[in-house]
Design a protein around this ligand. Structure first.
Ligand SMILES: *[C@@H]1O[C@H](CO)[C@@H](O)[C@H](O)[C@H]1NC(C)=O
Ligand SMILES: *[C@@H]1O[C@H](CO)[C@@H](O)[C@H](O)[C@H]1NC(C)=O
Ligand SMILES: *[C@@H]1O[C@H](CO)[C@@H](O)[C@H](O)[C@H]1NC(C)=O
Ligand SMILES: *[C@@H]1O[C@H](CO)[C@@H](O)[C@H](O)[C@H]1NC(C)=O
Ligand SMILES: *[C@@H]1O[C@H](CO)[C@@H](O)[C@H](O)[C@H]1NC(C)=O
Ligand SMILES: *[C@@H]1O[C@H](CO)[C@@H](O)[C@H](O)[C@H]1NC(C)=O
Ligand SMILES: *[C@@H]1O[C@H](CO)[C@@H](O)[C@H](O)[C@H]1NC(C)=O
Ligand SMILES: *[C@@H]1O[C@H](CO)[C@@H](O)[C@H](O)[C@H]1NC(C)=O
Ligand SMILES: *[C@@H]1O[C@H](CO)[C@@H](O)[C@H](O)[C@H]1NC(C)=O
Ligand SMILES: *[C@@H]1O[C@H](CO)[C@@H](O)[C@H](O)[C@H]1NC(C)=O
Ligand SMILES: *[C@@H]1O[C@H](CO)[C@@H](O)[C@H](O)[C@H]1NC(C)=O
Ligand SMILES: *[C@@H]1O[C@H](CO)[C@@H](O)[C@H](O)[C@H]1NC(C)=O
Length: 573
């Protein structure tokens, strides 16, 4: 997670004290530079030659005319036999980088539509027959499972579409997979909401009814905290967290008691297999652990690789693990964290159902690497935060980048989570974030689409533990969570004259949630007027922050925003 010595704290976890210098040729990337110690593909040792690290994604060249890009996805990553109906999401966007030629040759009275059928590929069984407006996205279509047999392998789904007028002579095809599993009555079942990006969980504590959650917690030391007592687990949960990533696994020893405590307190865990990935993926070890964990009542997700891009694990490694996990346990999603700004994103992220980022910008020197005495730039050096500028915006820039890469690749957007800095040291980070910087990074993450927070690392300082808990208690419950994971994505707005304000909003039913961060460390004392796209009738509540907002018709006004002020405010429409 942190790049170098982070693992030394966890004796139980049998994770060797790693140093980047030890990680010279792991992963077997082909090329002539594998002998040079690198991080994110960049040489970082003083005196190493400079060269192009490769693996960088660039925006695709746009075509001169828009193409029609038809995509289909199930609303949820999995369904089970406790459910009688499902949903598909159909996109028919006009894109300059993906899709098939689109000639809008239809007459105006029936133009601009696409008729389509959705079928099970093997049997040709029709599930949906309907139409969408061209250049619309996230169209929802429900269907009944009916006679469909629940099974442990996915159904291949195919969509055929065409404009209604036959003389348009154009057709479009898209495919996806539909998982319809036998419902379990033990352990947990966890699905990804492909529309809104949250997770939906079912276990004994929900009476096996799917319940949306916005996971919020910490990577947590096992030997330095979790293994002490059930009271420690309870104390952690009481701070306000609903999720955790214990940095230990069954491969490290018998940890039944520790996972039992998390099950007993209904604390959702990412099961961390970083040890199975270091020094090459040990597939035997991966396979051996799955039966020990898959039927536990609070397994949230499988966490495979920790910074596989930083360590330059083999490009196929995360996907190999992903496929094994899907085959042996299709009931849970798989996640991993990427550390690099732009290094083989497609390959590494192909092994994840949601993608975490861990840009740690506080207290770094973005241009000089103190541990290695080198400069840092786009192709060289390791300054602790890849391609960062050492400001809060590094977190939101990274989320925006990961969003864009998926857009460029033409993939459905996978949910993004933020791993926030709650530590310092190791030669890269001269200080901890303050609580105000922490809250700023949190609201910034949500404004830029994060659907979960899992910070590094617990125990942290008492003030940062409390700062994280305070936000967790607000962001994981209604009304805030209802917006954050009840709407596909936030819409950001700029505030003229206040370039250092980051503002986004979410509209749901008859209300709007507005998230505001003052990225300036000093007070904004000239009047701040946030022009909203909708007419608002009044303020319902301010679940987070204490800004003196005044609501007038379409405008949210404050006369002052203190340095690093953060606010979540709910307004009535
Ligand atoms: C990055 O730094 C290295 C080492 O100092 C140097 O050789 C290289 O030219 C620099 N690259 C850029 C793009 O400035
Ligand atoms: C398609 O929709 C996008 C996003 O709403 C919009 O920016 C674009 O102008 C639309 N394209 C056309 C050709 O209407
Ligand atoms: C329709 O499509 C077929 C097959 O691609 C092509 O041969 C034919 O010329 C097209 N007709 C028109 C009117 O575009
Ligand atoms: C949990 O349920 C599944 C399917 O119903 C079953 O195969 C499995 O053996 C059960 N596991 C335990 C630990 O009871
Ligand atoms: C689960 O069911 C039990 C018994 O019917 C009920 O007492 C409990 O409130 C339910 N819990 C939830 C979370 O719905
Ligand atoms: C938890 O573990 C720590 C050791 O890291 C210990 O000092 C503390 O008292 C324990 N108990 C609770 C309730 O946190
Ligand atoms: C759920 O099952 C776990 C064991 O897997 C148990 O520790 C916990 O108390 C149960 N929770 C509820 C709410 O029944
Ligand atoms: C992989 O894990 C298995 C089972 O723990 C172990 O026997 C084997 O030695 C490991 N292989 C490597 C290459 O470390
Ligand atoms: C994965 O990649 C490595 C290194 O490029 C290669 O040696 C290995 O054969 C690949 N494995 C599979 C299953 O493709
Ligand atoms: C750091 O590198 C510079 C030149 O690149 C050298 O002059 C200096 O002595 C080095 N400092 C340390 C502490 O190694
Ligand atoms: C805003 O605050 C700064 C620093 O406190 C002060 O110099 C400036 O006069 C204030 N501006 C207004 C409009 O109050
Ligand atoms: C609110 O704004 C709308 C549109 O800008 C305008 O039509 C309406 O008259 C305004 N209402 C009030 C009470 O100012």
């Amino acid at each position: 997670m942190t790049q170098r010595q982070a693992f030394t704290a966890f004796a139980v976890c049998v994770l060797s004290a790693s140093s980047a210098a030890a990680q010279t040729t792991i992963g077997g990337l082909s090329g002539s530079h594998t002998d040079i110690p690198r991080w994110c593909g960049k040489p970082y040792q003083s005196g190493s030659p400079n060269y192009d690290p490769g693996g960088m994604l660039m925006p695709p060249a746009p075509s001169p005319t828009p193409m029609l890009y038809v995509q289909i996805e199930p609303r949820y990553s999995i369904y089970d036999s406790s459910e009688t109906s499902g949903e598909f999401l159909v996109d028919a966007s006009l894109s300059y980088i993906h899709g098939e030629p689109y000639r809008n040759a239809t007459p105006s009275d029936d133009g601009g539509m696409l008729d389509f059928d959705i079928r099970i590929e093997d049997t040709d069984k029709l599930l949906v027959s309907d139409s969408v407006v061209v250049n619309s996205t996230d169209n929802q279509f429900s269907f009944d499972f009916g006679e469909l047999q629940p099974r442990l392998t996915p159904y291949s789904i195919v969509l055929y579409g065409a404009p209604p007028s036959s003389y348009a002579n154009q057709s479009y095809m898209a495919t996806t997979e539909l998982w319809y599993l036998p419902a379990k009555n033990n352990g947990s079942t966890v699905k990804v909401d492909n529309l809104n990006g949250g997770l939906s969980v079912a276990n004994n504590a929900t009476n096996y009814t799917f319940t949306p959650i916005l996971p919020f917690g910490f990577y947590t030391s096992c030997s330095g905290y979790l293994n002490y007592s059930l009271a420690n687990v309870t104390a952690y949960k009481d701070l306000g967290f609903n999720a955790i990533n214990p940095v230990c696994a069954f491969a490290d020893g018998n940890l039944d008691y520790l996972f039992d405590w998390m099950d007993a307190t209904n604390l959702w865990y990412q099961y961390d297999m970083r040890g199975t990935f270091s020094n090459g993926l040990n597939v035997t070890q991966l396979t051996e652990q799955i039966p020990l964990v898959k039927d536990r009542s609070n397994l949230l997700s499988w966490y495979t690789a920790d910074e596989p891009d930083g360590w330059q694990y083999a490009l196929n490694q995360t996907r190999i693990a992903y496929d094994i996990l899907k085959q042996q346990d299709p009931y849970h999603p798989t996640a991993l964290v990427l550390n690099c700004d732009n290094y083989y994103f497609e390959e590494y992220s192909s092994g994840a159902d949601y993608i975490m980022e861990d840009a740690y910008p506080i207290g770094i020197n973005p241009t000089y690497s103190q541990p290695w005495n080198t400069t840092c730039n786009e192709t060289y050096g390791d300054c602790g935060c890849d391609d960062c500028i050492g400001e809060l915006q590094d977190v939101s820039n990274r989320l925006d980048d990961l969003f864009d890469y998926q857009l460029w690749l033409g993939q459905p957007e996978k949910p993004l989570w933020a791993v926030l800095q709650a530590f310092s040291g190791e030669g890269y980070w001269s200080r901890d974030p303050t609580p105000e910087e922490t809250w700023a990074m949190m609201v910034l993450s949500f404004n830029h689409g994060a659907k979960g927070i899992m910070s590094w690392t617990y125990p942290t300082s008492e003030s940062l533990g409390e700062a994280h808990g305070a936000m967790a208690k607000i962001a994981t419950v209604s009304p805030v969570s209802t917006f954050l994971i009840g709407v596909p994505e936030a819409t950001r707005i700029t505030v003229p004259g206040h370039e250092l304000l980051d503002v986004a909003y979410w509209v749901l039913n008859k209300q709007i949630l507005v998230g505001v961060v003052n990225l300036d460390y000093v007070s904004q004392n000239s009047t701040i007027e946030i022009l909203l796209p909708v007419s608002v009738t009044g303020m319902a509540s301010q679940p987070w922050g204490s800004v003196g907002w005044v609501v007038t018709n379409g405008t949210l006004t404050a006369h002052e925003l203190t340095g690093l002020a953060t606010s979540f405010v709910v307004l009535d429409l």
